[in-house]
Write a protein that binds this ligand. Structure first.
Ligand code: PLP
Length: 358
């Protein structure tokens, strides 16, 4: 079967197999990783290897810290303003869909000044704003945007160039291809799409942004303290961290790095969009340049066929194609762990369904 779930998403089969082999006895220690102290030499080695592999994959410069946290990407909606607005200024946002709006709302909820610096709203969130349509406030402490809107299926095809530090929610696009980390002040991502299982949140933050917090801040929310403690202020999500490390190994050794991953993902998305565009039954409303490579929403011309489509897909082993509850229709998430053969199988199924019911 193939799992097109938007999150928690499919994990690479070799990663799950390795985890199964090691589940009861990690490297002859007679213990599961789940049963190890996070301060044991064995786990510290796992944690350090995961960070080293991630740094290598993304070519993360030395002046960035990598944090392995909890609370999901959603907690970063609060932690980012709490940590970056302590010296005044406002949080600037690009609003291109549901997740970006939630991030903005969370900063507002905490009483921070916010400024909407650009939005795809006039297009019905079908096209990301062009560089010329982004206007920061004079007091911008940072610009936050969502690289890929997981629900709308809208992805930035460029990295905005602005004076203020760039903060990016990359939950559903990180590791889908190479990335110039040096363009960003801070990157964060919930793990449960391209990184590993739920329960882990990745933050990559430039050194100079560690000391801008608004005091008092809970110590578990304080980037400086978390960085100093190697993300071990308290017990980290050890098993998720370990599995993320296995995913990084898979990306390095089985896939051959992020350029290779990028090529696979480009082919997967291109062929699915081409199939949708060529059909009379399926459609996707997003402007070509803003189409997401990871999340492909589509609707059937006759919504009465939705249930039948999902039932037949499920029976054919094509799982979790139902669109987000807020938008309906279908969504195929094509994260790294979905192989090209899975996309081919989906396209064949869609064509066959159209022949029979279109
Ligand atoms: N941001 C984006 C782009 C997402 O896709 C999601 C979840 O799907 C979130 C944030 C929220 O993530 P979490 O559930 O880890 O808080």
């Amino acid at each position: 079967h193939y799992n097109f779930c938007a999150g928690p998403a499919a994990l690479p089969a070799p990663v799950l197999e390795r985890a199964r082999e090691e589940l009861l006895d990690y490297q002859g220690r007679g213990l599961s990783v789940m049963e190890m102290s996070h301060r044991s030499p064995e786990f510290v080695a796992i944690a350090e290897q995961a960070e080293a592999d991630l740094r290598e994959l993304l070519a993360i410069p030395d002046n960035y810290r990598v944090l392995f946290l909890q609370g999901g990407a959603s907690l970063q909606f609060s932690m980012v303003p709490m940590n970056l607005l302590g010296q005044g200024g406002s949080a600037n946002f690009l609003y291109t869909g549901i997740w970006g709006k939630k991030a903005l709302a969370e900063a507002e909820r905490l009483g921070f000044p916010v400024h909407l610096a650009g939005t795809s709203e006039p297009s019905g969130h079908a096209e990301v704003p062009r560089p010329g349509q982004i206007a920061l406030s004079a007091d911008a402490a940072y610009l936050h945007y969502t690289a890929n809107e997981t629900i709308g299926g809208l992805e930035f095809d460029y990295i905005p160039e602005v004076e203020a530090p760039l903060v990016c929610d990359m939950s559903s696009s990180i590791l889908s291809g190479p990335l110039d980390v040096s363009r960003f002040g801070l990157i964060y991502a919930g793990a449960q799409k391209n990184i590993g299982p739920a329960g882990l949140t990745l933050v990559i933050v430039r050194d100079d942004l560690l000391d801008r917090a608004r005091a008092p801040i809970p110590s578990l929310f304080d980037y400086r303290g978390l960085a100093e403690a190697g993300s071990m202020v308290n017990t980290p999500p050890t098993f998720s961290w370990y599995l993320a490390g296995l995913v990084f190994q898979w990306l390095k050794h089985d896939i051959g790095g992020l350029a290779a991953m990028d090529a696979i993902n480009a082919r997967k998305a291109a062929k699915l969009y081409a199939a949708i565009d060529a059909s009379d039954l399926y459609s996707n409303p997003i402007a070509a340049r803003s189409r997401s490579r990871m999340n492909v929403p589509f609707v059937l011309a006759d919504a009465r066929l939705d249930t039948l489509f999902l039932d037949e897909a499920d029976a054919a082993g094509l799982l979790n194609l139902k669109g987000h509850r807020s938008v309906g229709g279908m969504r195929a998430s094509l994260y790294n762990a979905v192989p090209e053969a899975g996309v081919d199988a989906l396209i064949d199924f869609m064509a066959d369904f159209e022949r029979r019911h279109g």
